[in-house]
Every structure is written in C-alpha cells, then in structure tokens.
Design a protein around this ligand. Sequence first.
Ligand code: 0A1
Ligand code: ZN
Length: 892
Amino acid sequence: MADTPATIYLKDYTPPNCLVDQVTLDISIHAGFARVAARLAMRRNPVSAGGPLKLDGEDLQLESLSLDGQPLTASAWRLEGETLVIDEVPDAFVLETVVRIDPDQNTQLSGLYRSKDGYFTQCEAQGFRRITYYPDRPDVMAKFVCTLHADKASFPVLLANGNPVAQGDEDNGRHWATWEDPFAKPAYLFACVAAKLDMVEDYYVTTSGRRVRCAVYVEPGKLDQCDHAMAAIKKSMKWDEDVFGLEMDLDHYMIVAVGDFNMGAMENKGLNIFNTKYVLARPDTATDTDYQNIDRVVAHEYFHNWTGNRVTCRDWFQLSLKEGLTVFRDQQFGMDMHSAGVTRIQEVRGLRAAQFPEDAGPMAHPIRPASYAEINNFYTATVYEKGAEVIRMIHTLIGKQAFRRGMDLYFQRHDGQAVTCEDFISAMQDASGKDLAQFQRWYNQAGTPKLVVRSQFDAAARRYTLEVTQQFPATPYEERMTKDGLPQARGPYHLPIVIGLLDGEGRELPLRLEGETSPVGTQRVLELREAQQRFVFEDVATEPVPSLLRGFSAPVLLDYPYSTAQLTHLMAYDTDAVNRWEAGQRLATGILLEGVAAIQAGKTTNDWIPQDYITALARLLGSAFVEGGDPALVAEALNPPSENVLAEQMEVVDPDAIHGARMTLLRTLARELREAFLAAYLELASDEPYSPEGEQAGRRALRNACLSYLAQLDEAGAQALVVGHFEQAGNMTDTFAALASLASLDIPARHVALDSFYSKWRDEALVVDKWLQVQALSRLPGTTADVRALMTHPAFDIRNPNKVYALVRAFCAANPKHFHGADGEGYRLAADVILQLDPMNPQVASRIARCFDRWRKFDPARQALARQQLERIRAASSLSADVAEVVGKALE
Ligand code: 0A1
Ligand code: ZN
C-alpha cells in the first residue's frame, strides 16, 4: 500500500530564511535533455530565524554548485530527499547551479516539458523546482532574466516573461534570446517557450498612453482561429481600466496556446500559457459556449496581472486570495459583456453541479484550507467558485463603490507583496467601515450552509415576518482537523440575503422594515449574522410571495416551503432573472423527485407530471417571442436540473430512477408541446452570417433547446429534423447540438453522422475532443463499453489531458446513468484509467479520481463496487500524493 502523503499545515507557516533578489537563468535545450544554469543573488531574510539554506528540487541532475564563485566542497552541502541543503551561507551571496533535466520525458506537464510544437513551461504551483533548485514558494519574489538557447529551425520562437533584450545566432544552427522581466515575481509565475509557432499581433494603448503589444502564438496554420482571443485581450484591458482603474504594466502581453496542458490557462507575468481550448475558435470549429469560455478565460488570466501577480499569495493556503477574487472579476466581466442574467444562472448551475457536491463530500474544505497533502488537489470548485461567491458577498454587503475603494486600498497597501486573505478583508473593511470579523468564517469553515426560512403574515397588523435559521453542520474536514488536534471553532455566517416581495398581481412591494419611517425601494439586502434572526416588514396589505436570495446572493441551500402556485407566480413575475429561473428549477425538482418515487414504486406512468407545469413551460416558451423576450434566458429555463444535481437531493441516490424520471419528463414535454417546439424551432431559423455574440447566440441556444426536445420524440419525422439540422448546420454550435442529440439515438443516422464528423475533423484536435465527448455522454445502452473501445481508437491519447477530459472525465462526471451502472463497469473503467495515468500525469489522474467523491451516497451494492475499485487504486505501488490524498480521503 502507498504511504499516506504527509500533511502540510497553514499554522506551520514561517517566513523564508533567505530571499532572492535576482535570478539569471540560462536554459539550453537539446535533443533528449536541457541544461539549466541558474545564478541566484540571495541574502538572509532579516525577519527570519536563520538556519540552513534549503532549495527545492525535483527530478534534477545536479552538475555543478558554487557559492560566491567558489565550487562547494562535498561537505558543504547535501541532498535531503530532493531538497538541496547548505548549512553555512553569508548574509548576502551568489549561488550558482547547473542542472540537467529531461523535458522530453516530462509527462506530468509540470516544469519544462515537450509538446508537439516545442517546449513549454508550467510552474504553478510547484513546477519551478523541476527546472532548477530554488526556494519555490510564492513569498520569495525576485527579478528574473532568462536566456534560452535552442535549434533555430525547429524552435524559431524563444519567449520568456517581460521584455526581449537581446538575441543572436550561435554555432550548429542554434540561436538564443534573452528576456528580462522588470517586476519581481514568485517563481510560479516564471514561463518560457521554445517552439515553432505562428504569431498574430496587435496594439492596445492604455489610458496613460502605454502602447502594449498584444501577441497570440499558436501552432502553425492556426492563425485563422485567433481573432476572438485577440479581441478578448483588448476587451479585458479596457474593462479593467474602466471598472477598476487597472492598467497593463508591461510593453508585451503574450498568449501562447499549447495542446498539452493540465488546466485551462496560466497567468505567467506577460507570457500567459493557454490550453488551445481557450484560444482557438472559428465559427465552424467552436461553439457559442467555446467563444464565451475564451472571453472568460482570457479575461481571467489578464485580470490576474493585478490580482495574483502584482499582489500575490504569501503561501498556497491563500490560493483563493487570487483565484476567488479573479474569478469574481471575470464573472463581472462576463455579466457586462454578455447577458447578466444568463451569465449568473450559468454560474449558479456550475456551483450546484460541482461545488456543492464537493462541499458535501470527503474532499470538503473551506476556501482557505488549513491543511493539505498535495496543493495541486486544491485548485478546486471551492477555492475558485465558492471563493468568488465569498468576494461577491462582500461586494453585495458593502456595495459597488466601497468595494472599488477597498480594491484601491488593497493595491495601495500591498502592491509588490505576497499577502494573506486577512489583508484583503482588512482593506475591504477599512474602505467600507463594515465590520467583517464574523464574515471571515467563510474562509475557515467548510460545507454549504442551509438557510431555513419561514414566513408569517399578520393580516390585522399588516405585518410580514421572515424567520431565518442557519444550519452549518461540521464536515469530514472539521472532523479531520479535530483528529489532528486543530479543532476549528464553528459559528453562524454573516451573509447577504437579497429579497423582494411580490403581491398577487406580480407587482413588487415597497419595503419598509420594522423601525424604519418609510419604505426604501422594492429590493433590500438583509444582513444575516445570527443563527436565528427575524426580519419584519410593515404595511403589507396581503400575503406576498417572497423572492429570496435574488441573484443567488449567498452560496447556500435555501429551504422555504414554496407552493406550486407561488413558484409559478415567481416564474412569471419576478423581476430578478435568476429567481425566475430558480422558481422553474424548484418546480422541476419537486416534480422529478415525485417521478423518482413513482419509478421506485414500480410505476411506468407519467401522471406525476402536473398539467400546470406543462402549461407554465408553454407560457415560458411563448415569452421568448414577445417584445423584450430573452431567448437565451428561456433556453436556460427549459433545461431542468441535471441528474447529478438531482442526486444531491436524495438520501440514497438511485441513478436509474433519476435518469428514468428526467427522461420521462423531457419526453412528456416534447410530446405535449410538440407544435410549440416545432414552431419555435422554425421561427428561430436565421440566415444571418455567424457571430458568437449576444442575441444571435441566444436565439441559437433556444432553437437548439427546442431541437433537443424534439429529438426525444420516437418519430421518424423528428429524427429527420435532427439529421437535417446536422447536415445543414452552418456553424459548430448547430452541428454539435445535432450531433449530441444523435449520439443518444439508436438509429443508423447516428453512425453516419459520427463517422462523417470524424472524417471531416480528424486533424482538428479540439473538434475530435467534441466527437469523443458526445459519445461519452450518450444515453444508449453499451456506452461504457463504447468508451472503453474509444480509449484504443487513434483519436484518443491518454497522455493528452484534453482527450482524457473529453472522453473519460465527461463519462465519469457527466454520465451518471452509465458511470454508476449497476454492473460496476463504469467504476472499473475509471479505476483502470487512474492506475494507468497516475505514473504519467498524477494531476490528471487525481482529477479523474474525484469522480468517486460521492460514492457513499449510493445503495450498498454500488458502494461495494466503488469501494472495491477505490481500494484497488489505494493498493497500487508508488501511488502519487495527488491520487493517494483523494482516494485516502474518499475511503476515510
Ligand atoms: N492559476 C491558473 C490555474 C492553474 C493552476 C495550476 C496549473 O498547473 C498545475 C495551471 C493553471 C488559473 O487560475 O488560471
Ligand atoms: Zn486563476
């Protein structure tokens, strides 16, 4: 059995004993190896306790080592594990090392590694130590100069952070280039590239007149897929100036796209490295969603230049300091660029699909965990998405203007520093005057709080009372901390409940709280601080329908006993788009859970679907076509909660009954509203030239939603419509929508479409990913075996993270019917992949292992099957810390 990986604790933080002022790197890339010479100008940290100099290293072969120009004798240094230790160092000194590394064999994609067109780096969180010996921690910030050498014909482009300062040719067809970054930075923001790439460039002039060269580098031949990313860079630069007064601080801002990348993208100073998925787009290769994701990821990485790079994290426990804040900023950007309502709805959907289950499972952790075994396991939905919700709550509690003042103060105080989440909160508190001490619980407590809200209406007193109770039970995280002797005190959260009250006609009531002399608007931010708190509204003539948690103002579970009539009322009249959508989701959830119970009781009828619901959806569909209608919002509202989200509502998950109920609902709606769906489908056809932007994309989303309903009809006519949609599609959004529907239909046209799609796109890697994904998500029997077969198809490559995510993760994370198949084949497939992948790429293996998180929520037979696979993984020899932590916690 693998060793349990060592746990690292936040409480053990101590400042570094040595600092680095200047790093001079010389990286020479050769066939089969690279040599890295590093010169570190260092000094003792005056505020630290002293002790030996320790430099992190991983998979390095040390060739030489000297201090102040003198080679170090064997007794002067040693390796402790892979850490280089030097007992005696002067107050200020220069340390020089030469190491040899093997980027061609670096399948982890951390450090310097080979991908198709050349060499790329990924240093967050701890990849720099795989390039050279270094105090690889974010609170050591240094200025970097980097010289690269490589074969000129094979790797004509040589890039690193900052500005190009010199370049030239050398013997044997090689060349070199030197880059200098004027800003001190932690090593995790270092990047360099030596590759054959095409480049497109443009300029952006900042408000203060700096002319920034923006460049996008891509695989040769792909320049026709860069326009959208370039436009996104310029939109992001403008937005950050307009909204936060933050300007680009370098003369060069470069994005390099690489096909082998573990994550989405990386914010290295001035030289962002992106997964191709978030750069490349052409109307015939990328969907509307892909285009929007590119906007968001480009914005995210660009925004990191201030929130992450100029002000960075003291240690990796503070990861949400940069990630939560930067996700919040990219969300605000998304709301300004696209439909605010739809953007927010998609975020809430994402939170429920990924973060809530995480918070309810074995890997639950606060947005700032107090311990971890492997930091790469903490790039999570909690740190990112819940982290963004926490920032959003501050924004809601103190208001937009105070938030802006808080950001200004944060930069004024901490520019150039490595800081903690408390430093951010203090800036917000000082700028707003709001006491945020209790609010900090959001940083230390895990689990999704539940708000139980009950209302009382006193007609005689014309008084409406909301009584709110908070529940925040401990999670496995708190239990683990207690076992470790670090019990975490728990208490009620401070959070904003944004509300409105609707009268019987759907009008918003003016809101006067008890103690106020006159009403203050029709929407209020109620501040919850107590475990139990009551809010009293005066002058309320008739019992209103409460619209609670508007805009999803806090990441909580809401328990309010809404009646069906109240939900239909909110669906029709709420002024808040999120809550109109939410009302529909609640209604659908209630109905689907009845359906699940009916199926479990052996019923095959669909009489659990109320006619009122069908009528409400018909009305909703119609609302897209009236003046001011919003097709994109309607498309969201037509999509009931996913099977995984429904599963979270059940005590013991029954994936077959959930699937059965959801399919029955979709088919019933398709049958009952056939004419309306068809009419909408025809009405929404367009011959405008493709644009991924707003309105047009919204109409396409609704049209494709109608198509996917019609595809549920077991009728030749409807199937012909889907095939026709596939054949006539003029863009990837439509092609993909049709293909996704066809992939779940057991008709000959399915194979024809899949085959023609593959032969057309076999050389376009990102499109092949879509081909794998639609098959992984198929509802048809035999899907598990198909996925296994696809793993041996030439289109699949287990070394490429995008392929693994498209086929295996899609299957495990988003096809619950088959992943949780009663024969256990889904679990076995996942375990096989994890075991095969772990020695090559532990980060990706660990992400697949997370698909087992909720195994204890299933019936005993499935639990036994899942446990068997988890134990099989745990028993593997030399398991990575990444997978060992995930599997260990799952089995705890
Ligand atoms: N900081 C990046 C995410 C990222 C994290 C780790 C990586 O490699 C292990 C790569 C990227 C972001 O938030 O975009
Ligand atoms: Zn980020």
